[in-house]
Design a protein around this ligand. Structure first.
Ligand SMILES: [Zn+2]
Length: 317
């Protein structure tokens, strides 16, 4: 038994209590009591005591959209005299170049660094979206090793895409299937998986159908970038849809628990599609400012009853 105390406790329960000079009592994996520190120490005199010296004690934060592999791209010099002019060029000149050269050591080291930073900053759960197009098979196991070493709770996915050809998309489907089945068999509540999809504009109809069939088979939802840049919206329009969410809904990608990341260029009526499918809209303000893609309709989404989460998109932890 452990008492963590002498700090300000923020409960984030239905009463949103703030307890000055508070503490929490932990037994095995559970918090069994919360209150003023003197009362807790006298009630549980046998417990080990950790003095936090006035810091805040609160539930761990959940990062609902992360790319651990992006760690080393922070401040990266693109070594070009023609810097990206728009979001698609940022993808082409940075991210899609980076993900092709990642090897086993890069994947592990970027993950362990970012996960340790999560521990330091108070983030205890992450939803990661991984890409390494020349090391797909087994890539999620490399991240798992780092996850286990840090004790973070993680949901992992491989970012399926047709941008490097359909064979690579099929490899991505297989990696998600292999990893999710393994995690399900293990039954560890600290590790799980979703099916990762890059974004509507890099996925053909066949791949979306195959991914949806896999989601039915495994009983898991999706983790996908939705209408982050305007190009994603125009591509769905060209295909005859009102927007990205309408296309994804046609292929049953938006289902209960699906993480729709960004949603900057979602149309107002598409928020209803998220709501009706119990999919979540994940807001990444730091990333949206960094890529200059615009602002997501978060207020309208909340007003419509869509559940909204926060992610960092790899910018921070
Ligand atoms: Zn992202």
């Amino acid at each position: 038994m452990l008492i963590v105390g002498n700090g300000t406790v923020l409960t984030f329960d239905k009463d949103s209590r703030v307890i000055s000079n508070g503490g929490v009592v932990i037994e095995e994996e559970n918090v069994i009591a919360i209150g003023e520190i003197e009362k807790l120490i006298s009630k549980y005199p046998e417990a080990e005591y950790k003095d936090v010296q006035g810091k805040i004690i609160m539930p761990g934060m959940i990062n609902t959209h992360m790319h651990l592999y992006s760690t080393f791209a922070r401040g990266m010099d693109l070594k070009t005299d023609q810097p990206p002019k728009n979001f698609v060029e940022i993808l082409e000149k940075l991210w899609w170049r980076l993900d092709k050269v990642l090897n086993e050591e890069d994947i592990y080291c970027s993950a362990i660094y970012a996960l340790l930073d999560c521990v330091k900053k108070g983030t205890t759960t992450i939803f990661d979206h991984h890409a390494s197009s020349n090391l797909i098979d087994g890539s999620l196991d490399i991240i798992t090793e780092a996850v286990r070493q840090t004790g973070i709770r993680a949901n992992l996915s491989y970012e399926i895409s047709d941008r490097d050809g359909h064979e690579k998309a099929l490899d991505g489907i297989r990696e998600n299937k292999r990893f999710i089945k393994k995690a399900q068999q293990e039954g560890n509540s600290y590790l799980g998986g979703m099916i990762g999809l890059h974004a509507s504009f890099t996925l053909n109809n066949e791949t979306l159908s195959e991914a949806a069939a896999l989601a039915d088979e495994l009983g898991v939802p999706f983790h996908i970038h939705v209408a982050e840049g305007i190009a994603d919206f125009y591509e769905s329009k060209t295909r005859g849809y009102k927007g990205v969410a309408e296309r994804l809904n046609r292929f049953h990608i938006l289902r209960p628990g699906t993480l729709a990341i960004h949603g900057v260029h979602l149309q107002e009526e598409e928020l209803e599609i998220l709501k009706n499918n119990d999919s979540y809209l994940i807001h990444n303000p730091e990333s949206n400012m960094g890529n200059a893609v615009g602002a997501a309709p978060i207020k309208a989404a909340i007003d419509k009853g869509v559940t909204v989460g926060l992610g960092t998109d790899g910018y921070t932890t």
